[in-house]
Design a protein. Sequence first.
Length: 187
Amino acid sequence: MTPDEALEFAWSERPDVTLLGADFPDAGYLVEEFSLLPEPPAVAVLRDAPFPAHVDATLSPGVSGVLPRDVPPEHLRRAVHLLGEGAAVVFPAARPAPGRRRPVHSPTAHPRLAELTERERSVLFFLARGLTNMQIARRLSLRPNTVKDYIRSIYLKCGVTGRVEAALLAYGIVPPAERTGREAMSA
């Protein structure tokens, strides 16, 4: 499929989720174009080696997930389902090993987290664990729109542009954009 065919497909079929190979011609351009759709799909990038350094390089506004090309079919189905529900998905091989790191819940874990309120840190904690807005709302006894408001505030204060960047920051992996919140919102 060519980039033009991919765009034509996205405009006519309105998919909920789009998977792009990192080496797909004009992948960055396609992600930008997908974001212009009336209902943009969640975009996951497939990589040969999705380890933290590669994950950082793959992230850009509009990308909701990073998966290895050889992801087992049952994991791919689950990832697509989660992406369709609005969750960020970074395949476990790309995250720190269990026991080594959990999403941070402390304002001192990273300077960008210091501005967050306790409630925002709670929302970020669950976001980083891959929960959807609805699941976060249920866990924290909030309305889904309130969760969305908290997530927007987290993006602004932390200078991130999406769920994956926020999740990586929560795990202590600094996203590639070294912008402050106000710079991120004006970019």
